[in-house]
Design a protein around this ligand. Structure first.
Ligand code: AMP
Length: 142
């Protein structure tokens, strides 16, 4: 295995360098983990801290060739946090079906879809559901 391959095999790819994606990538970098962030907009990478030590890649992540060139085939974990549920789920499905990535975590805005994706073995994180349960717990009702 080449050095690049071994780095990638222990690395995390973050798709979408918005507020959440940039924070996650910065966190990985701070923790000394290998990471690559993909975003179709080069300006998005400005959200990364100046101390970010991982890789960045410009491209539309719904394009299989973009994902391949960015090294998706060898990453251990994929975090998909663009601002569109359909985009996120398409990328998560590619990652599972074409590239065999075991750990795929996807942000979903629509809580109605969570059950469908967990049936596909795709972990989802839904900010609306998290906020709802947090507020309910603060107000002591279910
Ligand atoms: P936010 O809304 O702050 O979470 O940002 C979402 C990020 O996802 C933005 O930086 C977008 O440029 C990025 N994004 C949206 N669609 C794609 C896509 N198909 N491929 C790569 N990045 C994307």
């Amino acid at each position: 295995m080449t050095k690049l391959e071994s780095i990638r095999r222990s690395s995390t790819m973050v798709v979408g360098c918005g507020r959440l994606g940039a924070r996650l990538a910065d966190g990985l970098s701070e923790a000394g983990k290998n990471s690559i962030v993909v975003d179709r907009s080069p300006e998005a990478f400005r959200k990364l801290s100046t101390a970010y030590g991982g890789l960045t890649y410009i491209g539309d992540a719904t394009d299989l060739e973009v994902l391949k060139t960015a090294g998706i085939e060898t990453v251990q974990t994929l975090i998909v946090v663009t601002d569109d549920d359909n985009t996120n789920i398409m990328i998560a499905q590619f990652a599972k079906a074409y590239f065999g990535i075991e750990k795929v975590i996807t942000r979903l805005y629509d809580p109605e879809r969570i059950a469908v994706y967990s049936a596909m073995d795709i972990d989802t994180i839904c900010p609306l559901s998290l906020a709802e349960s947090h507020i309910k717990s603060q107000m002591d009702f279910k």
